[in-house]
Design a protein around this ligand. Structure first.
Ligand SMILES: CC(C)(COP(=O)(O)OP(=O)(O)OC[C@H]1O[C@@H](n2cnc3c(N)ncnc32)[C@H](O)[C@@H]1OP(=O)(O)O)[C@@H](O)C(=O)NCCC(=O)NCCS
Length: 287
């Protein structure tokens, strides 16, 4: 298709109904785009791009900036009748150009591990897989009585950050944490934010520290998200129990985690009753 026939531009209010006609049934369960369109559209620092072919809106994507140098891409959708015409490629290249012009040096996105068209499209664009995560969800387990849980103190943040950086779970996650269906670089500041919100917990048995977890509530969903966890089996159980503990706010009957592919951690999470719901690959590209 000649490039001149395809126009990529920022979305306008009148594009919404056209996009919604082809995103309602992207997957068997539907799609989340109708729910998030208004929020994305009204963001100050993000942008929805649309692809227009012969006057018809046939594709979209969205980019936002968790930090000034980091572009998070999401919501790539192409009308089923217009796939394999380079529409997603043109949208992605435009989003990358916009991101680079804004000062971003790295772009990331996530896709389901079994989304073959998306994976092929991303590899062709020069994206590389950074890490794979397993989406686990379920009811918080009962606590393990031998384990003592407490909130971390600010004076401990430096040593906790070193402990996390040395852990095999952190290494398996490529230093990324998943929350709200997006992945972010974890750093000392992340620990500080969780500690400020009362979401950084330590487990110990006797005098020995046996686990660490970062817990928070998911925006707009009745679920507690575990952004990071490592520890022995009893610590994992008690740390996850915090999600439902009404003494500690917020709480929920559901807990969710995007766990890196660390076999021992995955085995521990399954053992306490969480169920695997899917797998996601996080791709990145220097820009
Ligand atoms: C994934 C998706 C966005 C790709 O859109 P598209 O406009 O068809 O992609 P492009 O035409 O730019 O394809 C670029 C390259 O990706 C690869 N590709 C795209 N679709 C493919 C498919 N179905 N099978 C194999 N490779 C595919 C090819 O290498 C293609 O190049 P080629 O056509 O020259 O061989 C589109 O299939 C879609 O909307 N799927 C449903 C929503 C979705 O999965 N979004 C991604 C979530 S992260």
């Amino acid at each position: 298709m000649p490039k001149s026939e395809l126009l990529i531009r920022e979305a306008r209010p009148e594009d919404k109904p056209h996009v919604l006609t082809f995103v309602r049934r992207t997957w068997r369960w539907g799609d989340y785009i109708p729910k998030v369109w208004d929020e994305w559209f009204n963001e100050h620092h993000g942008r929805i791009l649309v692809a227009v072919l012969h006057g018809e809106v046939v594709g979209m994507n969205h980019v936002r900036f968790p930090t000034p140098n980091y572009a998070w891409l999401e919501g790539a959708r192409v009308h089923p009748k217009h796939r394999r015409k380079g529409v997603a490629t043109a949208l992605a290249l435009n989003a990358l150009e916009f991101s680079s012009a804004r000062g971003a040096t790295i772009a990331r996105l996530a896709t389901s591990s079994n989304n073959e068209p998306a994976k092929a499209h991303l590899m062709k664009l020069g994206f590389r897989v950074e890490a794979e995560f397993v989406w686990l969800q379920g009811t918080p387990p009962n606590e393990s009585h031998a384990v003592k849980i407490r909130e971390a103190e600010r004076s401990e943040l430096g040593s906790l950050w070193l402990e996390i950086k040395r852990s095999a779970v952190y290494k398996a996650s490529a230093g990324l944490i998943g929350r709200g269906w997006a992945w972010y670089e974890m750093n000392r500041q992340t620990l500080s934010e969780y500690a400020n919100q009362g979401g950084l917990f330590l487990a110990s048995t006797g005098l020995k520290r046996t686990g660490i977890a970062l817990l928070g509530s998911a925006k707009g969903e009745n679920v507690i998200e575990v952004a990071y966890i490592h520890g022995v089996q009893s610590a994992v159980k008690s740390l996850l129990n915090l999600s439902s503990n009404s003494d500690r706010r917020p709480s929920s009957k559901r807990v969710r985690i995007f766990a890196p592919k660390h076999q021992l951690l995955l085995a521990r999470l399954l053992k306490v009753g969480l169920k695997e719901k899917g797998k996601y690959l996080v791709f990145s590209k220097q820009i």
